[in-house]
Design a protein around this ligand. Structure first.
Ligand code: F6R
Length: 362
């Protein structure tokens, strides 16, 4: 049941600290500064790969984009992220030195299964990052990494997103240590950030009443824009997807630097802009983008580390600074924002119109 919550989505948002503890449990080797993952892919193969292709849809695609940031930084490897429905393998590609990673909560998404089949045809090695033991994808890939988020019933993916990124952060740490791009000390560092996640997410959940007031204040706006850079860019896309699917409001996410290349034309006094000022990706530059929207009269809600409050922000939601994972925590604040906008509008939050929990047609 919903255990006292009005919706499964609300329950699942609040389950995130525990989902994270499950995703992390037993997977951190503090002494070695390494992740210990229950995967069977051969270490020699993982040392030899020179490319990773990530394929996924929707929220899982956003998790893949976040993982690309982590993999490029920690493993120093070329990563390509494709929407599963758009994934094509070029002729002549060195298929023996590529790992294809399918990110799928359900393990049943037709587009993702079909992308995996296209990868397998020329002989590429495949890994599924999934929540569902025994799902179709786990029977088709070479290996699976389980995110252990527990069942997710609300159509909107919430806790599985944070758990996907966390599992992929552990995987990136493992690869970095294996390939020598990450020292034990750097491993301890990133694992420390991962360990802080459950409490950091809890601190955002504890500020729900404030986030709810902001949602109430801006419900009915013409549109909502989300901007971020680095790992906050996929979170901007994800926050916009969450808001549009459950509230039916017009919402879009942009890379902060792209605003001035077109979307700025949409900004008015009635389009709140939610901006991520994460420390890990030049918050000063994002602040310049915030100024651009503020001077056009848009209300600005900033998500930033305590103490970094800027005068152009009309409101600030404080997010604990946990390095490259800060945007993952900020995402939780915007899940609550989306939830309360949709609630205020009386939407059927757990079953939005036209959507299904798992999409089994291409
Ligand atoms: C959005 C959402 C969808 C799914 C997408 C992929 O809240 O839930 O965008 O993320 O349909 O589903 P999985 O991860 O099961 O492959």
């Amino acid at each position: 049941g919903k255990a006292g919550h009005d919706h499964y989505m609300h329950k699942e948002i609040h389950e995130q600290p525990n989902a994270l503890r499950q995703a992390i449990s037993g997977r951190i080797d503090e002494l070695a500064g390494n992740a210990s993952l229950d995967i069977d892919l051969d270490d020699r193969f993982l040392q030899a790969i020179d490319e990773i292709h990530i394929v996924a849809c929707g929220t899982s695609y956003h998790a893949g984009l976040y993982a690309k940031e982590l993999l490029e930084e920690l493993v120093d490897i070329t990563v390509r992220v494709d929407l599963a429905s758009e994934y094509e393998v070029c002729d002549g590609h060195d298929t023996r030195r590529t790992l294809v990673v399918a990110v799928t909560q359900s393990g049943e998404t037709a587009d993702t299964l079909s992308a995996i089949r296209r990868a397998k045809a020329p002989g590429m090695t495949t890994l599924a990052v999934t929540n569902t033991v025994g799902s179709t994808i786990t029977r088709e890939v070479d290996d699976s990494l389980f995110i252990k988020a527990g069942p997710e019933i609300g159509v909107a993916a919430t806790k599985t997103f944070v758990s996907q990124v966390t599992a992929l952060a552990l995987f990136a740490t493992y690869l970095g240590r294996l390939r020598g791009t990450l020292t034990a000390g750097e491993g301890v560092d990133i694992l420390g950030n991962i360990r802080q996640l459950p409490n950091a997410v809890q601190s955002v959940l504890d500020s729900e009443s404030r986030i709810r007031r902001l949602a109430d204040q801006y419900t009915g706006s013409d549109a909502f824009f989300f901007i971020g850079r680095g790992p906050a860019y996929p979170v901007a896309l994800e926050s916009a997807l969450k808001l549009k699917e459950i509230s039916y409001a017009h919402a879009e996410g942009f890379a902060a630097g792209e605003l001035k290349h077109g979307p700025l034309a949409l900004v008015t006094e009635n389009t709140p802009v939610l901006a991520f000022l994460n420390q890990s990706a030049s918050p000063e530059e994002t602040l310049n983008n915030v100024k651009e929207v503020e001077s056009r009269g848009a209300p600005v809600i900033c998500l930033s580390t305590p103490g970094e409050t800027a005068s152009f922000c009309n409101h600030t939601i404080e997010i604990p600074d946990i390095g490259r994972l800060e945007p993952l925590v900020a995402n939780v604040a915007l899940q609550l924002f989306a939830y309360h906008v949709a609630h205020e509008m009386g939407r059927p939050i757990d079953k939005p119109r036209n959507l299904a929990k798992s999409v089994t047609v291409e």
